[in-house]
Design a protein around this ligand. Structure first.
Ligand SMILES: *Cc1c(COP(=O)(O)O)cnc(C)c1O
Length: 371
């Protein structure tokens, strides 16, 4: 069998969740974001490692159902929140049926919520009212947020006022303080009117770590759970986060090249001296980025650690590395990212962020978990 694997470390997930929980006061709850198939890691593999979360956050109704079914297999129940809300009146009825919590970010969703109200003891009876504090992506402005809140409260709902940072990865970016102020002011106004029917939720991973004074009632942790850094200036390991995903493959062919011979599509790399090339059974069809500059892979053999350069174009099913002069051979395991080589580093070589590389891993690598 082709030895290309994605291995998910479930106890690292649980420990990363613990890193966030230790930063929260006792009355702040944490939503584990498992949208986009748990950031590409696989919902069934990840939910089991995240059962100490208070709820799960997803982007679509189908993702919500998958989380629900996974929890049922694990003989447990967890609340699920649809962070973009529903996309049709029918979907709203489905959300009530399954007890999903829903964002309401626009008048259409508000209408659906007013026309059909869930039972008061349902998790759907709490609306995650999206307030645009400055990202200008989703949500009501202040006046309409206050107006919508009044309509929802009168219809018997409770509310979590919800907003999202545009620049939380950069702690000192001026928009953070501005967004926190807008959020604080509007939440205070609502609380003074409606008391404990109003809660707040603002922070993602970076927000939790950077803005302890802005945790409010619910935080929403994503990338940090998966051992990716949410910051521009600190690595995941500096933040005490552990690697969850190991993406690995194997050398299955080697070649000796003379100086001047080329490697791969387009002859992109040419040997400047007699060289030895290893061929890996992995490529962009598995989710390794096609375009990388200065990329390396990690090989650990006989207690020695080698960072080996990627050479030539990454192909769909294969990629090549320069093993000239190294005691490395067919059958050796190669780590594309994992412990010792963070996905965030590979992302930098690919001019993107770890979030995207995680999400772009495909179905082809064999996914498995370790405890
Ligand atoms: C994805 C998402 C999060 C989690 O963000 P991270 O940076 O991965 O922690 C939080 N809130 C909302 C609304 C999101 O869409």
């Amino acid at each position: 069998m082709r030895q290309t694997h994605i291995t998910i470390n479930q106890s690292a997930l649980a420990r990363n969740l613990g890193v966030f929980k230790r930063q929260l006061s006792t009355n702040t709850r944490i939503m584990a974001m498992v949208k986009a198939n748990a950031y590409g890691h696989g919902v069934p593999l990840c939910v089991a490692g995240l059962l100490q979360a208070d709820a799960f956050g997803v982007a679509t109704f189908d993702e919500g159902l998958e989380v629900r079914h996974t929890c049922q297999h694990l003989n447990t129940h967890k609340d699920v929140v649809l962070i973009e809300g529903v996309f049709s009146a029918d979907e709203w009825l489905g959300a009530i049926k399954h007890g999903f919590g829903c964002v309401v970010h626009c008048n259409k969703q508000l209408d659906w919520a007013i026309k059909n109200t869930p039972p008061t003891d349902s998790f759907s009876n709490t609306i995650w009212l999206k307030y645009n504090t400055g990202m200008n992506r989703l949500g009501f402005d202040q006046a309409n947020a206050l107006k919508s809140a009044k309509i929802l409260i009168n219809a018997g709902y409770r509310i979590v006022l919800t907003s999202h940072f545009a620049c939380a990865d950069d702690k000192n970016h001026p928009s953070n303080a501005m967004q926190i102020k807008h959020f604080h002011d509007t939440l205070s106004a609502l609380k003074s009117q409606y008391g404990n029917k109003i809660q707040g939720s603002l922070c993602n991973s970076a927000g939790i770590m950077n803005f302890a004074h802005a945790h409010y009632d619910w935080v929403r942790a994503g990338i940090g759970l998966y051992g990716g850094t949410p910051m521009t200036d600190k690595s995941a390991s500096e933040l005490g986060l552990q690697t969850v995903m190991t993406f690995s493959s194997q050398i299955f062919a080697t070649h000796h090249l003379c100086a001047g011979e080329q490697v791969g599509y387009g002859g992109l790399w040419v040997a400047d001296k007699p060289s030895r090339i290893g061929v890996l059974a992995v490529g962009y069809g598995d989710g390794y980025p096609r375009v990388v500059v200065g990329a390396k892979v990690l090989i650990i053999k006989n207690q020695q650690t080698y960072f080996v350069p990627v050479v030539g174009r990454v192909a769909m099913d294969m990629m090549m590395i320069d093993i000239t002069g190294l005691p490395i051979d067919i059958g050796d395991t190669v780590i594309l990212w994992g412990d010792g080589l963070a996905c965030d580093e590979v992302a930098a070589w690919a001019n993107t962020i770890g979030y995207e590389l995680f999400c772009k891993t495909t179905k082809r690598p064999n996914r498995r978990f370790v405890l």
